[in-house]
Design a protein around this ligand. Structure first.
Ligand code: HEC
Ligand code: HEC
Length: 367
C-alpha cells in the first residue's frame, strides 16, 4: 500500500516539544532551585496546547477535532481488541482521541493551580499578591496542583503504554509516523494551506521563544518575585551593625517572637560568645526583631520554621528546628565543612540574597 502524509511537520515538532517539556516538567520539582524552570515550562506547555486547540479548529486533515473519534462504542471495541485483531485508524484512534482531550484539560488545570500555588506559597509570579492573604493554605494549593499533575502523568503513561502495545502486538505504524508523519493508506494524504504552514511556524517558533524569554528574564510577570528585597543596612542600621559582625545576618522572620526575646535576654552568653550590648541598643534591636518575627510574616520559610517548633519549646537556632533539619538532611555533612561554607548556619553561602531577606528557590546555589 502507498504511504501518505498524516502528521504535518508542525504536528510532529509540537509532539516532540511536548514530550521533552512534559518530561522536564515532571523532573524539575526534584531540584528545588529549578522551580522557576518548572514554572516557565508549565506556561510553555499551556501555550503549546492553546495553539494545538486552534490547530484542531482549523481544517487540517486528521488533526482537526472533527476527525477525532469520541464514539464510546468505538472506544470499547478498540480497548477490547487490543490483544486480538484490531482496526487500524489513519488519524487518532478512539483511545488517543480521549487521551489528547484529557491531556489538554489536565495540563491547563495543572498550570493554573501551579501558578496559584507559586503565588500563594512562594509569593512569586502572577498570583504573588495572594501570598499575603492565603499563605496559611499553601499546602492545600500545592496538593491540588499535585493531584492534577499526577492525573496528567497517569494519562500520559496510559497513552505511551497504548502506543507501545500497539507497536509490539500489532506492528502498528503509529510510532514510526511520529517521526516521518507517514502511514500506509489508499486515502488522499494531508496537504496544508499556506496559512496553515505560517500558523505552524508561528506555533512552534513562538512557543520556543516564550520559554527562552521567560528563562532569560526572571523578572517577567510569570516568574516575578513579589517578595520585598530588604536593605537592612539602610532600614535597620543598628541591627545590621551589631548582628552581622560575627556571622551572617539572620532576617527576623526566621524565628518566632519568643526565640528573639529569649536570645536578646541572654546576649552575654550567646552560643558561648559574649555578644552583649548596652541596654538601649539591646532594646531597640529586640523591638525590631519582635515586630518582624515569624508571626508577622507570610513567607513559606517563616511559616514552616515556626510551625515546626513545638509550642512549649524556645529554640534559639534556626538550624535546630525540625523544618530546617528536614530541608537540609540530604546535604552531605562534608559539604557544610567546605571552605566556602564552613558551617550549616552560614546560610548566605548557599542562599544568595539571604541577607536581603529573600529565600527564593532560584537563589539556592548549586552545591
Ligand atoms: C560576638 C559574636 C556574635 C555576635 C555579635 C552575634 N552573634 Fe549570633 N551567633 C554567634 C555564634 C558564635 C553563634 C553560634 C555559631 C554559629 O552558628 O555561627 C551564633 C548563632 C546565632 C544564631 C543561630 C544560627 C543557627 O544556627 O540557626 C542566631 C539566630 C543569631 N546568632 C542571631 C544573632 C543576632 C540577632 C545578633 C545581634 C543581636 C547576633 N547573633 C550577634 C556569635 C555572635
Ligand atoms: C550547604 C548549603 C546550605 C546552607 C549552608 C543552608 N542551606 Fe538552606 N537549602 C540548601 C539547599 C540545597 C536547599 C534545597 C533542599 C531541597 O532540595 O529540598 C535548601 C533549602 C532551604 C529552605 C527551603 C526552601 C524551600 O522553599 O523549600 C530554607 C527555608 C532554607 N534552606 C533555609 C536555610 C537557612 C535559614 C540556613 C542557615 C541557617 C540555610 N538554609 C543554610 C542549602 C543550604
Amino acid at each position: 500500500m502507498k504511504k501518505i502524509l498524516v502528521w504535518s511537520l508542525y504536528t510532529r515538532l509540537f509532539h516532540v516539544l511536548l514530550m521533552v517539556l512534559m518530561l522536564a516538567a515532571f523532573l524539575t520539582p526534584e531540584v528545588k532551585r529549578l522551580l522557576s524552570w518548572h514554572v516557565a515550562i508549565g506556561y510553555t506547555l499551556a501555550l503549546l496546547f492553546a495553539f494545538r486547540i486552534l490547530w484542531g479548529l482549523m481544517d487540517v486533515k486528521y488533526s482537526k477535532f472533527k476527525d477525532f473519534n469520541f464514539k464510546l462504542g468505538d472506544l470499547k471495541e478498540y480497548m477490547f481488541s487490543i490483544f486480538g485483531t484490531k482496526k487500524e485508524y489513519i488519524g487518532h484512534n478512539p483511545a488517543s482521541s480521549y487521551a489528547i482531550v484529557l491531556m489538554i484539560a489536565l495540563t491547563f488545570l495543572a498550570v493554573i493551580t501551579g501558578a496559584l500555588a507559586y503565588g500563594v506559597k512562594e509569593g512569586m509570579g502572577i498570583f504573588s499578591f495572594m501570598n499575603h492573604t492565603l499563605f496559611r493554605d499553601m499546602k492545600l494549593f500545592k496538593e491540588v496542583h499535585e493531584v492534577f499533575a499526577n492525573a496528567l502523568m497517569f494519562v500520559i503513561g496510559a497513552h505511551i503504554a497504548g502506543v507501545l502495545l500497539d507497536k509490539i502486538l500489532h506492528r502498528s505504524p503509529a510510532l514510526q509516523s511520529m517521526i516521518d508523519g507517514m502511514k500506509p493508506s489508499s486515502e488522499e494524504g494531508l496537504r496544508l494551506s499556506l496559512f496553515q504552514k505560517a500558523f505552524g511556524i508561528f506555533w512552534i517558533g513562538f512557543s520556543i521563544f516564550a520559554l527562552v524569554y521567560m528563562l532569560a528574564t526572571p523578572q517577567n510577570i510569570f516568574l516575578a518575585d513579589g517578595n520585598q528585597k530588604m536593605d537592612y543596612a539602610k532600614s535597620e542600621p543598628t541591627f545590621y551593625k551589631e548582628c552581622i559582625s560575627c556571622h551572617t545576618l539572620y532576617p527576623p522572620f526566621l524565628l518566632p517572637e519568643r526565640s528573639w526575646v529569649s536570645m536578646m535576654q541572654t546576649l552575654d552568653n550567646h552560643f558561648g560568645d559574649d555578644a552583649s550590648l548596652d541596654p538601649a541598643t539591646t532594646q531597640s534591636i529586640k523591638d525590631f526583631l519582635v515586630k518582624n518575627s515569624a508571626e508577622y510574616s507570610t513567607k513559606e520559610s517563616a511559616w514552616k520554621i515556626m510551625n515546626s517548633m513545638p509550642k512549649d519549646q524556645t529554640l534559639l537556632a534556626i538550624t535546630e528546628t525540625s523544618y530546617w533539619k528536614g530541608r537540609h538532611k540530604e546535604i552531605d555533612k562534608e559539604v557544610f565543612k567546605r571552605a566556602d561554607i564552613g558551617k550549616p548556619s552560614n546560610c548566605k553561602a548557599c542562599h544568595t540574597n539571604f541577607e536581603n531577606g529573600l529565600l527564593n528557590n532560584r537563589d539556592i546555589k548549586a552545591l
